[in-house]
Design a protein around this ligand. Sequence first.
Ligand SMILES: Cc1cc2nc3c(=O)[nH]c(=O)nc-3n(C[C@H](O)[C@H](O)[C@H](O)COP(=O)(O)OP(=O)(O)OC[C@H]3O[C@@H](n4cnc5c(N)ncnc54)[C@H](O)[C@@H]3O)c2cc1C
Length: 413
Amino acid sequence: MTHEIIVIGGGAAGMLAARRAAEGGARVTLLEKNDRLGMKILISGGGKCNLTHAGPMEDVRAKFRANEARFLKPSFYRFTNDDFLKILHDRGMATYVRPDGRIFPVEPANAKDVVAHLTDYVTEAGVSVKYGAAVTGLAMDSGRITGVEAGGKMLKAERVIVCTGGSSYPATGTTGDGWKWLAGLGHTLVPLRAALAPLYLNDAEPDWSGVALRETTLRARSGPGGKEFMRWTGDLLFTHKGLSGPTALGVSREIAERADGGSAVEADLSPTQTWEELQTDLRRQMTENPRKTAASLAAPFVPARLLEPLLASAGVSGETRGAYLPAKSLNKLVTAIKGWPLGTVRHVPLERGEVVAGGVSLDEVEPQTMRSKVIAGLYLCGEVLDIAGPVGGYNLQAAWSTGFVAGEAAAQA
Ligand SMILES: Cc1cc2nc3c(=O)[nH]c(=O)nc-3n(C[C@H](O)[C@H](O)[C@H](O)COP(=O)(O)OP(=O)(O)OC[C@H]3O[C@@H](n4cnc5c(N)ncnc54)[C@H](O)[C@@H]3O)c2cc1C
C-alpha cells in the first residue's frame, strides 16, 4: 500500500527522511518554508560544512550525553557516517578527514555543493518539494495525525515527519515552530538551553576581538572555591562580546545549564605541560640565558597583542630579566600561563548556538523508528528532538541518521 507522507522542514534530517520514505515507495511531499533546502547546512562549518565525524559509530555515539547516546544507538547503526559519505562520494564529491576526525568536502567544494547534491538526491527520488510552504500546525483526530496546515489550507497525510530543527540562527528558518505544535498535542518539551554557543563576558575586551589562541584548554569554574566543571581543548577566539571558537562552544552548554550563573573561565595556554613541568622549563631557560626577559619567556604562549595583558595578569613586568626575576614572580607567571583568568560569563546566547539543547523528550520517541509514542502516524527527527552533540560533525550525523530512520519507518509502517 502506498502511503501519503508529509515531511515538514527541508534541512539535514528532512532531506534524508524524504528521500528514504520515497525509496520505500511512499508518496512524499516535503514542505520547506524557505525558497531553498538546507539553509543551515549552508552556514555549517563556516560554509565548509563539517559533514560528520570519522571512526566507528560506537565512538561517534559516545560523544553524546548518556541518554542521547542510548537513544541514537539504533539509528547510528542503521545509517552510519560512511553511509552518508557514500551519498556524496557516489555523486563525485570527495571528502577528507582532518587529524581531529572532522570530515569535510575537499575544497573548492563546500557547503553549497553539499546542499546542491542533497537537493538532487531528494528530487530525483520523486519527492514533491514545496518551497515557501510554512506549516502553521498539525491536524489530529482521535490520537492519530491526519495532516498539516499550511497557507491556510489543510493538507491530508497518513504520516507526518516533523524535522523543523531547533531555534538558533532563526534567520535560517528555524524558529522553533515544531515545538509549539508538538507541545500543543501532548508531547513533553525538555527546556531549551544554549549549546555550542559563544560566551558573552562581563568584562569583555573589545580590543582583543579577532585574536585567536591555538591549542588552548578553556576551563569553566563556579561556586565556592571555583570548582572546575567543564573544560575543552582547541582554538579560542576573542570577540567583541567575549569568547568564541571551539573551546568556548565546547563549554557553553554546561555553563548555560548552571542555575547559579557567574561561571568563570580561564585559559590554560600550555595544556600539554603540568604546572611543575612548565616551571622547570622556564627556570631552565632563565638559567641558560639570564638576560632573557619575562616578556620573552611568556611570548611563545600568546599572540603579541595579548602579551602585555598576560604579564599584567601575572603581576610581572615584562622588562625584568631572568637573572632578576624572583622565584615568586616566576611562579606567578607559570600560574597565569596555566590558568589565565578571562572573566565571568554574563550570557550564553541561545540564538547564536550551533544547536539548541532541549526539545522533544527522547522518552516519547521510539529510537528504532523515530515514531512518536504520543501521536499515531507522527515521526520526529533531527534537532527538534532533545539532542545536542559536541562540535565536530556530530550534530549533522544525528540529523542524517535519525532522518533516514524516520523516513524508512514511516514508509514501512
Ligand atoms: C552556524 C552553524 C554552524 C554549524 N556547523 C555544523 C557543522 O559544521 N557540523 C555539524 O555537524 N553541525 C553543524 N551545525 C548544526 C547543524 O546545522 C544542525 O544540527 C542540523 O542542521 C540540524 O538538522 P535538522 O534537519 O534537524 O534542522 P535544520 O537543518 O535546521 O532544518 C530545519 C528545516 O525546517 C524548516 N522549517 C522550520 N519550521 C518550518 C515550518 N513551520 N514550515 C516549513 N519548514 C520549516 C527550516 O526552514 C529548515 O530548513 C551548525 C549550526 C549552525 C547554526
